[in-house]
Design a protein around this ligand. Sequence first.
Ligand code: 8IG
Length: 279
Amino acid sequence: MTDTAAVHDLTDPAADPFAVAEAAAAVIRERTGVERHDVALVLGSGWGQAGDLVGDTLATIENTDVPGFAKAAVAGHSGTMRSVAIGDTGRRALVYGTRTHYYEGRGVRAVVHGIRAAAAAGCTTVVLTNGCGGLRPEWSPGTPVLISDHINLTAATPLEGATFIDLTDLYSPRLRALAQEVDPTLDEGVYVQFRGPQYETPAEVRMARTLGGDLVGMSTTLEAVAARQAGLEILGISLVTNAAAGISATPLSHQEVIEAGQAAAERCGRLLADVVGLI
Ligand code: 8IG
């Protein structure tokens, strides 16, 4: 038998990831004082301030206080989760200021833990946002794009054992239509997740294009699969923070990513607030 601390360590093969998610949800309930949250919101690169317009923050919890969570690994991400009132609807959003990426090497269980904790906390919808590279030249940095489908090139999965799960319409057509009502100029695209942390070579970007991809990034697909397994309805929104390697003449930089996020904060914040208000 393992002790309680070991059971909460998602890298311990003896841990039950769903039990750790339940333990996390118990802490979230206790710290926020509410029995359930409704919508989980994962803020990716460039989306940091976009969560602020959703509503008033009623509680802030350090990730490190919640079983299975670790502190933020990427500059520009915050290591907290917040309980946010969704306008005056009476519903609550659980807003994650950061996520665990697959390239951090903490395992897929850690990557999808926030999703499973949100489901255990009562959420029925998740909005996955990210910053990514764009494969279409017309998408200038700062353009939000709805994710219509994905290609998972990580060779990893959050599913364990013979868990056969259908991924048709993984990114909810209903929620995409809702987002397009809010902003009719929103394009859609197929998101390709690479393992990272290096950005792609121009040849890899051409490969992604040939495979049917429109967006390249290092997150989201594993979380979407876990969210489907948990029965959540999923909305994915990418912020094109840079043209993917080889699409434009300039090399990629993390600084460019942060600046594109800051420039797009207003538009993305409004989009997110309006969509979450309608969910
Ligand atoms: I922000 O161009 C951001 N994240 N893989 N490629 C990949 N991830 C990204 C990129 C990009 N931009």
